[in-house]
Write a protein of this length. Sequence first.
Length: 408
Amino acid sequence: MNPSKNTPLAERLRPQTIEEFLGQEKVFGEGSFLRDAIKNNRVPSLVLWGPPGSGKTTLARILSNALQAEFIQLSAVSSGKKDLQAVLICAEENHEKNKQTILFLDEIHRWNKAQQDALLPFVESGRLTLIGATTENPSFEINAALLSRTRVLVLEKHTKDTLVILLKRAVADDPELKKKKITASDDTLAFIAEVAGGDARQALNILEACVSQEKNITPELVEKIVARSHILYDKGGEQHYNIISALHKSLRGNDANAALYWLGRMLEAGEDPLYVARRLVRFASEDVGLANSFALPQAVAAFQACQMLGMPECEIHLAQAVVYLAEAKKSNALYIAYGKVKEDVRNFPNEPVPLHLRNAKTLLMKELDYGKDYKYTPEYKTKEAAQQEYFPDKLKGRKYLAIKSTEK
């Protein structure tokens, strides 16, 4: 591969060999399953799951080079049935020649069930080695049948140290940058790595954008170039659910500081404040409940503030509610009780209302003993005197509610 000067820096620096690949030691380090699979020339079909810029495409190409296989790359966004058919025909022909075919399918989660199913017989027979790449949780996005025939490898965000090494390599080794005699301090490269948020492609793109402006790269120039947020947060994907879960558990664990942090992660990344507010309203009854009767009004007030004001004004109201709920005593008695109620309703959906609890609206109802022997409790001086059964016969004596408050 001989990239031209017009080829993006990230592509010019894309590693071609095992030795050049940086990071992902758990997946691709010495002694890893994948290294051993390459040595034994037995790489199975894989799903590479990781965030953008973690090396999924690069890893697939390195595997293809190491195995001397025909490498076919498709994007699930732009490819369709005809593209898939062409790949399968090619794989069949290569199989007859005893040559391996690797299909790298980027964003595999974007292919529909029929397209994914078409790969099954080829993957199962070994005529095609599939390497799928996805930023989404494969458990939710890839057909179970296809997933069971692949091995999922989880790639993490690159560390800051790894990205600094990559950036130093770019400045020192890339011919185009060497021609321009680029200079950048270690602190500047560390700042780029920090801003890139673990994304190698993003780090190199930032560096390249800076190079187009100045020969001497400074933190001030980086700040000027990076005009948008680099907070990693996918409002429709797993990260969304991971962070709301972290907020919920921080609240439950009485850690107000951590709860504020996770709230900030969501709001600063553009999350809908009403979504957060709805979760707080639910939390107020589910996890605080009877231990603090003011928790629900506090959460509802924050929700109303979000409706009236929107962002950024309502951020402080959400912060107040988050701290209040984190500091409050906790009780899940209501949550447990209603769970038991739902179970009984499912098991006993049509139990008749006891006659003494029914209103006798007509003479016939009265003759049928509707309301007979009902005790109007305000007329009795003690609870014992007013005792009567309120459950249907099959549920007599049920106790759903056990009041237990967790001290901070």
